[in-house]
Design a protein around this ligand. Structure first.
Ligand code: SF4
Length: 127
């Protein structure tokens, strides 16, 4: 029976958990030290997700890019799509922390928000 090994990251202990499976079905899980870890590995097997953190362009700010992140984990298969969609985004300062950059990134139902604020920078005109 095929096996897959996971490192549980649900706590700092980092247990190695082994999953035996047939197709989409888990047949056995071993190596976890608590139910939280078992749940984590079951989720990783059936629906692996990651919080996406990156930056997007911003105009009229001190920096040319602003950090953003998804509000919850995005299915791993959608990460490239989300990055592509964020490449097209350009914000304009001022922007507050938590500002919604995209409401439903790649039709996942998940929002992307800013991780910091950036004030507008006014460039003084040369005389
Ligand atoms: S299985 Fe439990 S104890 Fe082990 S890393 Fe995961 S959460 Fe921590």
């Amino acid at each position: 029976m095929p096996k897959r090994e996971y490192t549980c990251v649900a706590c700092p202990k980092g247990c190695t958990v082994e999953v035996e499976f047939e197709g989409d079905e888990i047949k056995d899980i071993t190596g976890y030290n608590c139910l939280k870890g078992k749940d984590y590995v079951e989720d990783e097997f059936h629906d692996p997700r990651r919080i996406l953190t990156t930056t997007v362009k911003i105009k009229n700010a001190k920096y040319p890019r602003i950090p953003v992140r998804t509000e919850t984990g995005v299915p791993k298969d959608e990460l490239d799509c989300c990055l592509d969609e964020l490449t097209e985004v350009e914000l304009e300062a001022p922007v507050d922390i938590g500002y919604t950059v995209i409401d439903d990134v790649c039709s996942t139902g998940i929002s992307v928000v800013t991780s910091r604020s950036l004030e507008e920078v006014t460039v003084s005109k040369l005389e």
